[in-house]
Structure formats: C-alpha cells, structure tokens
Write a protein that binds this ligand. Structure first.
Ligand code: SF4
Ligand code: ZN
Ligand code: ZN
Length: 312
C-alpha cells in the first residue's frame, strides 16, 4: 500500500475514509489539517479565543492539545484529579503524564484536585451520596462538568474543548437514539454555544475514529495512559462501542455515516433550533453557575449531602 501524497510505503490505511492510505509524515499532517477543517466547518473557535482543553492523560485529550498547539491556537490544559485509585493508581499516573506532556512543550496546565478542593475523592462522594451503586460515573460527570465550567469562568476562557472522538459520539448517539431522548438528542453537537456564563463547548475530534487517534498519539510519540478508568469496565457505553464496532467491521464507514448524517438531519431541522429548546437558566445561589431549576445546582446539592453525611 502506497501513501496517496508521496507514493512511499503507507503506515496508516483508512478503509473507512475512502480507502485513504498515508505514510507517517503525511498522516501526521492530514489529521491536524482535517481538524482545522472541522473547527471552521462547525465554527468552533478562532485564533483569538482562549481555549481550555480538558486533559485526562489519555490519547484523545493529549492529542487534541498537541494538535491545537501545532495549529497555532491559544490552548491551555485543565487536569481534574478525581482520586481514582482502584486496583491501579489511575489518577496519579494520568496526572503525571498530563504534567509531563505540558512541561515538555512549555504549555500551561491548570490542576484541580477534587479531594483537596472538596475534601473527598470521587468514589467517596459517590458512596456518601448513594449515587455510587456499582460505579461513580454520574457523580464524576456532574463534578467534571462543574469544575470545567468553574475554571473556564474564573480564568477567563471562552471555549472548553474535550477530546471526544467519533467512537464516543457514535456510542452516545446510539444510546440517545435507542431511547429517542428528546432532552439529549437536540443537544448532541460538535459545538454547544455559550450561554449565561457557561463557556462554549467544542469537540474538535468528533469525526475521527478512535483508531485514528491511537495512531496519531503513537506516531507523534505522545506518552499517554493506556488503561481506561477502572470504573468504565462493563459500562453501557463500552457495550455500545462494541456493537458499533461489529457493524463497522461489516460496513466500513458506518459509524461516520451514522454520526454525520445525524448532524445533517439536525441542520435540516429535525429538531427545533437550540434557542427554542433551551430551558431558562437561573444562577445557583451557592456557586453562581447557571442551572435549569431554581435553587442549587446538582453539584452543590450533591456536596451539601456529602457534608451532612460527613458531619452527621
Ligand atoms: Fe469518571 Fe471513570 Fe466513570 Fe469516566 S469511567 S465517568 S472517569 S468514574
Ligand atoms: Zn507520504
Ligand atoms: Zn452550584
């Protein structure tokens, strides 16, 4: 197989992208060029925006940071220490790799340690609120969202970027479609516009297959944490990813079509425009972040419960 650009031996073969084959050098150029195309296509941000990249220490978020840096965008990182240390020291190791990545490139990384800031790790908060059940993911999600918004607001970032890839987005879309979620389907998008004190949220990698991101990280020599969070084992989203992989192996490109045709249908008016769907937001009396119901936001409510259970 030969590289489409230079005719040298190809390193990466993408059956799903019209059988595109590229050598290492041209693949490492192609991926950021495509990212730039999607940033423009979905009007994600410009060169003047201050971007905060949520960095987990995994391949997607570190690659995203690397790509934005290479493309000349102003992008700092945010690492959130969750205190997840079940079996492997997942949080310590991912923190170390995020720091290493930033210091080697002279990039700025903000670090929030949930235990230092709020007194408890994510698994402990989950246990105390009984929202844990078998895994603390809902507590973790609420906390990460809250902290990303908080740091973006306090540090003056207008855009929050996450490393969700096509496999993530297709699995989420699949789940939302199985239940025809009228709350989540209209909101699933490469860009969620800013609103009442919430930064714009963007997913510049949403059209790249997971295996493309793995190839990018490996070929760029990015050191990332190979292990997934131990709580992700057996999750519904992993199950959906496996189902979609089966489909993809029979029909290359199926995932990309599933996702991009959904975006096109949305653009063509499948749902009412986001302005009409968006609920009225009220500031949380405790933290000031916008919330859809009057009263405390779900993070502050959760933390109040934890405090009650800790002191009582
Ligand atoms: Fe948090 Fe781990 Fe669950 Fe992801 S899998 S939401 S990192 S607890
Ligand atoms: Zn080439
Ligand atoms: Zn709040």
């Amino acid at each position: 197989m030969k590289c489409k650009s230079c005719g040298e031996k190809a390193t990466v073969y993408m059956r799903q992208h019209h059988k595109l084959a590229l050598c290492k050098e041209h693949f490492l150029e192609w991926l950021p060029e495509q990212t730039e195309r999607f940033i423009k296509k979905y009007r994600m941000f410009g060169r003047d925006d201050n971007i905060l990249v949520a960095v987990s220490g995994g391949k997607d978020s570190l690659s995203l940071w690397d790509i934005l840096h290479r493309l000349g965008y102003k992008a700092d990182g945010l690492y959130i220490g969750l205190g997840i240390d079940e079996g492997i020291s997942y949080s310590d190791e991912s923190h170390r790799l995020a720091e290493k990545f930033a210091s080697e490139r002279g990039l700025k990384l903000h670090v929030v340690d949930i235990q230092k800031t709020y007194g408890h790790t994510i698994p402990v908060i989950a246990e105390k609120t009984h929202r844990g059940f078998s895994r603390p993911c809902s507590v973790c999600g609420v906390t990460k969202r809250h902290e990303m918004n908080r740091i973006a607001r306090d540090m003056g970032y207008s855009v929050l970027a996450t490393g969700h890839n096509l496999d993530d987005e297709a699995a989420t879309l699949f789940g939302n479609t199985l239940s025809w979620s009228k709350d989540f389907l209209p909101r699933q998008s490469p860009v969620l516009p800013e609103s009442d004190g919430l930064a714009r949220k963007v997913k510049p990698l949403c059209r790249f297959y997971e295996k493309e991101m793995t190839a990018y990280a490996l070929l760029r020599g990015i050191e990332y944490i190979y292990e997934e969070c131990p709580f992700s084992v057996g999750s519904t989203s992993i199950y959906y990813k496996e189902l979609l992989n089966q489909l993809e192996s029979e029909r290359p490109g199926a995932k990309l079509i599933f996702y991009t045709k959904f975006l096109e249908a949305k653009d063509a008016g499948l749902f009412a425009p986001p302005e009409q769907i968006r609920a009225e937001l009220f500031p949380c009396p405790t933290c000031g972040q916008p919330t859809s119901a009057e009263g405390q936001c779900s993070f502050c409510r959760m933390m109040e419960k934890v405090d009650e259970r800790t002191s009582g």
